[in-house]
Design a protein around this ligand. Structure first.
Ligand code: UD1
Length: 366
């Protein structure tokens, strides 16, 4: 059996790592790993391959940055060439980024089966590019691998045949559990002069938060208030870094003495940073899941989440981008007034990749 897996962006790498490991254990599977090149900076890509010991991709399509349409078009046409040469039995795509959708479409249009890892998540907010990518990817996928039960309901409501849906757990958590001990060796706290539980971690890159000056200024005002009370460590995503420069917000951020801006961090450094933080402020999807497993409060700077299990059972506090609400939650968190649910969602047990490969072997020939 020949499988091609496709990755392109930072959050894809921690999802593919355990699958690459698991596939390697099956000598009857030939595996090819393709990197689309959507993320290309060392901090956004190579660092993760090194930290997670993912083998170098067999092929890098080198598409780079561009509009949604440009990225999808370039990835699809280059992938189709590879598919026609390699003729795989199955293509695996992960997550919800442009590389995910382009990979699924290229495979589907080439008559190759598609398995979608992290299928079925829905924010019901079509203004998010990721939501559109998720819906379109699921529509053409043959094997839909879900991380939480809400995914099952969402897919059934969209008319997906229940026989195609498999509840397998969360590969991102496989990676987290495997590396949590190892991350304790990271020197990031010492490097930044931090004591455990004395600081917050911030990540910000959603277009809805950082692509307009107005939206960004609103967030900056909130940060200004929070950093008066606690140090905030802010590893800055390239999209956000570009917009800080474009909107002339450098000075404003520099004035905040307790806001520590860093380059994007590698996996192990970031894991140690999160694990020891008092709380995390984020608009990321995956971090909502990781903080739930780490039992660290997560204040999510969004109006919705496609990962409801993290709110229902985990540490996720979905508070929108309303300043008063965020500050209220923040005060509760630093005064230890939040009762954290601290339940680990079902099947987030470090064995998702094992279950996925089992499903693939059973279902890809039918
Ligand atoms: C992409 C995903 C998003 C995911 C995020 C994780 C889509 C639609 N979005 O968003 O879901 O949460 O990755 O990081 O696929 N850039 C660099 N170096 C890089 C990569 C990007 O400088 O290595 C800059 C470029 O200016 C680029 C911008 O960042 O235009 C945005 O990159 P892009 O890949 O389009 O989307 P992300 O915001 O990273």
């Amino acid at each position: 059996m020949k499988i091609i897996s496709i990755v392109g962006t930072r959050p894809n790498f921690m999802k593919i790592a355990p699958l690459v490991d698991e596939i390697k254990r099956h000598k009857n599977i030939e595996h090819i790993l393709i990197h689309t090149g959507q993320h290309y900076d060392r901090e956004m890509s190579k660092l993760f391959f090194d930290d997670l010991r993912i083998p170098k991709p067999d092929i890098n399509l080198g598409v780079g940055s561009g509009s949604h349409e440009e990225q999808i078009k370039a990835i699809k046409s280059r992938l189709k060439e590879v598919f026609s040469k390699e003729n795989p039995d199955l293509v695996i795509v992960v997550g919800d980024v442009n590389s995910t959708l382009a990979g699924a479409q290229a495979a589907h249009e080439s008559g190759i089966k598609v398995a979608h890892v992290e299928s079925g998540l829905r924010s019901f907010d079509n203004t998010m590019p990721e939501e559109v990518n998720r819906i379109k990817t699921d529509r053409i996928s043959d094997i839909l691998l879900i991380t939480e039960k809400s995914g099952n309901e969402n897919l059934l409501n969209e008319g997906v045949d229940s026989k195609k849906i498999f509840f397998v757990g969360n590969v991102m958590i496989d990676t987290l559990l495997k590396h949590r001990e190892m991350a304790k060796r990271s020197k990031i706290l010492e490097k930044l002069g931090l004591n455990s539980k004395s600081y917050a971690v911030l990540t910000l890159h959603r277009p809805s938060n950082v692509d307009t000056r107005r939206g960004f200024v609103k967030i900056a005002e909130i940060l200004d208030e929070i950093q008066e009370k606690i140090k905030i460590i802010f590893p800055v995503h390239p999209r956000t870094r570009n917009n800080i420069a474009k909107f002339n917000l450098d000075e404003e951020l520099k004035m905040m003495k307790n806001l520590i801006v860093t380059e994007p961090l590698g996996y192990l450094d970031f894991l140690r940073l999160m694990d020891n933080s008092k709380f995390v402020l984020t608009d990321s999807g995956g971090i909502q899941e990781e903080t739930t497993v780490l039992n660290v409060p997560c204040i999510t700077l969004r109006d919705n989440t496609e990962r409801p299990v993290t709110v229902e059972q985990g540490t996720n506090l979905l508070v929108s981008t309303n300043k008063d609400k965020i500050i209220e939650k923040f005060i509760d968190v630093i005064n230890n007034k939040i009762s954290i649910k601290n339940k680990i969602p079902e099947l987030w047990d470090g064995k998702a990749a094992q279950r996925i490969v089992g499903v693939l072997l059973k279902n890809s020939s039918q």
